[in-house]
Write a protein that binds this ligand. Sequence first.
Ligand SMILES: [Fe+2]
Ligand SMILES: [Fe+2]
Length: 196
Amino acid sequence: MMNREEAYKLVKPHLTEHRYEHTIGVTNTAVELAEKYGADVRKTETAAIFHDYAKFRPKDEMRQMVVDFGLPKDLLDYSTELLHAPVGAILVKKEIGIKDGEILDAIHYHTSGRPNMTLIEKCVFLADYIEPGRKFPGVEEVRELATVDLDQAIVQSIKNTVNFLMKKNQPVYPATFETYNDLVRPREKGETNGRK
Ligand SMILES: [Fe+2]
Ligand SMILES: [Fe+2]
């Protein structure tokens, strides 16, 4: 596996200066979360560095890739902002050569989430929301929750996102609701809501 500096060098040409700073913030935050909650630190770090790899690909190119690579077609009915995550996972595999499924999944699901997220996926998803460069209303409450409960922090971030989209009469991608439902559903003792 490549080290952090090598990985930053590979991702930098694909990002704006602002998005590169965001990526560094997400990586630092995701690694902290991984250490705190016991996710694989190296895999979380790599996923975080490449999570926005496809952010600036032309929109029509990304739409075409949804068709060509057999990604869920309903992605095309929602904000094009959703596309860079699943498309990014494919491009990181093809162009960077990262083949680890857990890393690629964390990139794929970093915007929508999904039910039964792995710890790596959760750390990248939440870090994307709370990294130090994020300034939006409600982020401080999610940062506080992230110090005590990974799942509750994600739940609160989804509530904020859904409220924001609803205020603007924007559609909400179903996987976002599925992720929320999965995390608020009561569990049996000993049952987890993560993969593996
Ligand atoms: Fe993203
Ligand atoms: Fe991001």
